[in-house]
Write a protein that binds this ligand. Structure first.
Ligand code: ADP
Ligand code: BMX
Ligand code: ZN
Length: 288
């Protein structure tokens, strides 16, 4: 059974054909449409998956946003337009002619990363630091999705009551500070208007403001991880997303976490499946 896996992020869309051995046979990627309207998303998905659909028997989608019964609603409309009640699985069935499932991107990645860990780990949390900050919680070996699909949206916990306003409507969420968009939004002067990737490149050249922005993100993430340890007593936290996987970032988060009391320390690991965790997690979930 070949699965057509699709990952919808705030910055990029990816699709892959995944075989029974969980090998990615074909993979393609394109930017998430800038306009982020339902019509633009549907058109982009059609372009991305149409060439692959004939070789698959079903699809599995990992998508940014709250996914409930195959329907997508943005919690942070700044990340994926004001998508509300977008019929994701129905749209993909129309495009591909296939049956399929959908779940949140970070929940999907958590499921894949959990399978890659040693069998002695039954409690873990996955965090993606990407366009936003997403999360997935595995407790007693089960993925928490919640009755409304909201479980694990750890990027919308409070980092700083005096911090920037988050697209979700709260003030000072972790996502508003630590995410790629949060980093870019705080950039001033010569860094104003640059994206997080460019700001990380400046940090590698020891640009003082860029270093401070990366530090602010990493410290915010470390405090979130201490909160996560207190909430779930997880055995490890796995970090993914292009910001989370940027060279040196995890070490920076680890150093900040070590400044917290020892009871909040937890093993940190980079995502085993790197950028493919969402794709593989959705495929694995579809096989359940
Ligand atoms: P998505 O959110 O669509 O899943 P990514 O995980 O690639 O996509 O995250 C996108 C964010 O990561 C953007 O803010 C982008 O600027 C940033 N980014 C991309 N590549 C890098 C990099 N090499 N280093 C740091 N940040 C990066
Ligand atoms: C946002 C939210 C989450 C998502 C997280 C990471 C939206 C559209 N998305 O907090 O559902 O898991 O971003 O998403 O409200 P990514 O695009 O950064 O991968
Ligand atoms: Zn928020």
């Amino acid at each position: 059974m070949t699965i057509l896996a699709i990952d919808i992020g705030g910055t990029k869309l990816a699709a892959a054909l995944i075989d029974d051995a969980l090998t990615i046979v074909t993979r393609c990627e394109q930017p998430t449409p800038a306009s982020k309207t339902p019509e633009a998303l549907e058109t982009a998905l059609r372009e991305l998956v149409a060439p692959l659909a004939a070789r698959a028997t079903r699809f599995a989608v990992a998508s940014t946003g709250i996914i409930q019964h195959g329907v997508l609603t943005s919690i942070n409309p700044a990340n994926l337009g004001g998508l509300e009640n977008f019929p994701l699985t129905q749209t993909l069935t129309q495009i591909t002619g296939l049956p399929g499932i959908a779940l949140n991107d970070a929940q999907a990645a958590a499921w894949a990363e959990y399978q890659a860990l040693s069998a002695t780990v039954d409690h873990m949390v996955f965090l993606t630091v990407s366009t936003g900050v997403g999360g997935g919680v595995i407790s007693h070996g089960a993925l928490l999705q919640g009755p409304g699909g909201l479980a694990g949206h750890l990027g919308h916990t409070l980092a700083d009551p005096n911090g920037p306003r988050c697209g979700c409507g709260r003030t000072g969420c972790v996502e508003a500070i630590a995410s790629g968009r949060g980093i870019a939004a705080a950039a001033r002067n010569d860094l104003a208007g640059l994206d997080a990737k460019a700001i990380f490149a400046h940090a590698r050249q020891d640009h003082p403001q860029a270093l401070a922005l990366v530090d602010r993100s990493a410290r915010t993430l470390a405090r979130l991880i201490a909160d996560i340890k207190a909430a779930f007593d997880c055995q490890c936290v796995v970090i993914g997303g292009s910001v989370g996987l940027a060279p040196g970032y995890l070490e920076h988060v680890h150093a900040a976490l070590m400044q917290e009391p020892a009871v909040y320390h937890v093993e940190l690991r980079p995502a085993h499946y790197r950028q493919d965790a969402g794709l593989l997690g959705a495929a694995l979930f579809a096989k359940e």
